[in-house]
Design a protein around this ligand. Structure first.
Ligand code: NAP
Length: 287
């Protein structure tokens, strides 16, 4: 069988070592690692993938778009998809900054304790790349999503973008800065997922415990102070007053499993396009 080749495209100067290690652990034989990739360079890099191996063998070449810069990486992803035509394509996965695999792991954890269809969820730090994907996945599973931010116009802009992408989704902007605003944002919520920047506390334990409709609380920030006070990074479905709590490291464990499973999936066909929704679907085996 031809070697499994993964073309790693990265907008950062140095292509991500993290992404490379996970690829090797997922069974990739050869990694072609490219850093500082500009959208204008993508076409010829993709041609190198699609015009070499033919027919059935195309499934043994795939593309991974990663690194730390989600916006520029999204441009590379768009270019890759634009370059494919007809059967001339290879499978591709997008996971810059771990945004898709992390969001999938968080929403899967929530779904262990709560029916997502019809739930109301609050995503704190919902305007960042991870938070936006958490919001997207929750909405596609049927939850009404409040997108938390310190600024209403920023949250509104994100909601508008998500709504355009997902017309049937229910997205509402929520200011989540002062205690009164947080209380309003949390009213009637059964799921809270904190996707704020590292080292920023978004919600105090005492305030969280006032909200009796909560069933699941998930924090994705592993850097102290943590996003949700009172939840440890290693907590995994730890029950606190009827609320199942998860910390960043336990979500990270599932994230890694999903990342490896998604990479393996790439080499089963030459047509997979793995973005947030497809990665979430793949992650169901780890529910
Ligand atoms: P990010 O873009 O750095 O930040 C997310 C949001 O946090 C921002 O859009 C901002 O929202 C808010 N924020 C920033 N600084 C703040 C401050 N000083 N006070 C209050 N809010 C602030 O985060 P990300 O890249 O989406 O990642 C989200 C979290 O997931 C991070 O903590 C990251 O470390 C974590 N992560 C975890 C894993 C894992 O495996 N567990 C993997 C990847 C990422 P507003 O400006 O709208 O308020």
């Amino acid at each position: 069988m031809p070697a499994k080749i993964l073309l790693q495209l990265d907008p950062d100067d140095q292509p991500s070592v993290f992404d490379s290690v996970v690829a090797v652990d997922a069974g990739v034989d050869q990694l072609f690692r490219h850093g500082s990739v500009e959208p204008s360079q993508v076409r010829d890099l993709v041609y190198g993938c699609i015009f070499t191996r033919g027919g059935e063998e195309l499934r043994n070449t795939a593309i991974f778009i990663g690194g730390t810069q989600v916006g520029p990486a999204e441009e590379l992803f768009a270019q890759v998809k634009k370059t494919f035509f007809g059967p001339m394509r290879v499978s591709v996965m997008f996971d810059a900054n771990g945004c898709n695999t992390t969001a999938a792991a968080a929403v899967i954890a929530a779904s262990r304790h709560c029916e997502l269809q019809g739930a109301t969820a609050l995503v704190l730090g919902g305007t960042g790349p991870v938070g936006q994907r958490v919001a997207r996945l929750l909405a596609s599973a049927g939850s009404a999503v409040r997108v938390g931010s310190r600024q209403l116009d920023k949250s509104q802009a994100v909601c508008d973008r998500l709504q355009k992408h997902q017309p049937t989704g229910k997205f509402t902007p929520a200011i989540a800065k002062s205690q009164a605003e947080l209380d309003e944002a949390l009213a009637g919520v059964s799921i809270v997922i904190a996707a704020g920047a590292p080292g920023v506390q978004l919600l105090a334990a005492e305030q969280r415990r006032k909200h009796k409709t909560l069933r699941v609380a998930i924090d994705l920030n592993a850097v102290p102070p943590l996003g949700l006070e009172g939840i440890e990074v290693t907590d995994k479905a730890k029950e606190q007053h009827g609320v199942f709590c998860y910390g960043a490291l336990s979500i990270g464990g599932t994230k890694m499993k999903i990342h490896r499973a998604a990479l393996k999936k790439l080499f089963t066909d030459n047509k997979h396009v793995l973005d947030a929704e497809e990665i979430f679907a793949l992650g169901q085996e780890f529910k």
